[in-house]
Write a protein that binds this ligand. Structure first.
Ligand code: ATP
Length: 343
């Protein structure tokens, strides 16, 4: 069997540093992938593209169906709109899935966190529709469609079944946003009652949900939410397991899947060689497991398991980057993982 072509988008800020570290680990682990390099974000503009999301990058993902992506920077309050949001919309990557698990070598307040956030990735306030009504008055539109609510609810329950998870809790604010968040609740309730009665189901007001997560994260299993709440709760969950340096993710559609860490381009540490590549490496192991499942290639899951065992060993041996209280550079951490790969 030949290797799988996967699009690699290094991204901006710390993106190229962590992407290179991950590429090295995957190569050392004999992961059955070959990378097709494409650019997005400021990196694309620097290479002469007029668009932060060049068509050839989108086309490459459509052709190969799987991408590993570093963060692309989004200026706050000005300039071009988010590359990440545009990519998710263009490719219809409607489900963001983000697992947050305690790591043995990374002590935090809780030892047994095992949460998955499933976030609707195409609508909500991320529609980016903002109108200046008159000087000093702006309206931002929160878009919700029944079709997208139903689609993400089905996806979440299917995923829960596949991963043998027990409960889905929808985080919402339907007491205030009765129509939009109310519609997600209607659809999730119906999917639960009709198709997946065996998976437990709960509804939690999003602010209280955040409080309860901080008090005791073991009360939750899969958290399903609309776009903005998913963004916010993801960073909270990241904080429960050691931070953005250890929080991976995937954006999944019916045709394509783009794997990327939860973190952004971290301009405050970019270019210093100190970023933690683990979040992108964990995203890469999710990618390998996805390839193993969708292409029936056990070599990919073997590589993923070897990489996971190696980074667990590295962390247990105290080999850590600065964000986790260690001293290692990005490349030194990647080397520490490579040294611990089982033969
Ligand atoms: P965005 O708006 O692009 O999501 P953000 O505002 O959430 O970005 P990040 O770029 O994710 O910000 O960074 C938040 C903080 O976490 C910064 O202090 C950054 O240095 C730190 N951070 C993020 N990713 C990493 C990483 N991989 N390794 C170490 N520190 C990181």
């Amino acid at each position: 069997m030949s290797v799988h072509s996967v699009v690699l988008i290094p991204g901006d800020g710390i993106g190229p540093e962590v992407a290179e570290a991950v590429r090295k680990v995957l190569t050392a682990a004999d992961a059955p992938v070959s990378f097709v390099l494409r650019y997005a974000g400021e990196a694309a503009l620097e290479r002469g593209s007029e668009d932060v999301l060049p068509q050839e990058t989108v086309d490459a993902i459509r052709e190969h169906h799987v991408a590993l992506k570093g963060p692309c920077s989004t200026p706050v309050g000005r300039g071009f709109s988010s590359v990440n949001v545009a990519l998710r919309r263009k490719l219809n990557l409607y489900a963001a899935v983000r697992p947050f698990r305690s790591l043995a070598g990374v002590p935090t307040r809780y030892e047994n966190v095992d949460l998955i956030v499933v976030r609707e990735n195409t609508e909500g306030l991320y529609s980016g529709i903002e109108n200046l009504i008159t000087d000093g008055v702006v309206v931002s539109m929160k878009v919700a469609t029944r079709a997208a609510c139903r689609r993400i609810a089905h996806w979440a329950f299917r995923y829960a079944t596949h991963k043998k998870r027990e409960k889905i809790s929808v985080f919402h604010k339907a007491n205030i946003m009765k129509l939009s968040d109310g519609m997600l609740l209607d659809e999730a309730r119906q999917v639960h009652e009709v198709d997946y009665p065996n998976i437990a189901y709960g509804e939690v007001i999003v602010d209280a949900g955040h409080m309860r997560l901080v008090q005791d994260p073991t009360q939750f299993d899969i958290i399903l939410c609309e776009n903005l709440y998913g963004d916010l709760v993801s960073d909270l969950c990241a904080g429960l397991v050691g931070g953005l340096g250890v929080s991976p993710g995937a954006n999944i559609g019916d045709q394509d899947a783009v794997f990327e860490a939860v973190h952004g381009s971290a301009p405050d540490i970019a270019g210093q060689g100190v970023a933690n590549p683990l979040a992108l490496l964990m995203s890469a192991t999710m990618m390998l497991n996805h390839l193993a499942e969708t292409r029936h290639d056990p070599r990919a899951s073997t590589a993923a398991a070897r990489i996971k065992a190696a980074y667990d060993r590295a962390l247990n041996d105290g080999q850590k980057t600065r964000d986790l209280g260690g001293q290692l550079s990005t490349t030194a951490f990647a080397d520490a993982v490579i040294e611990r790969l089982s033969p």
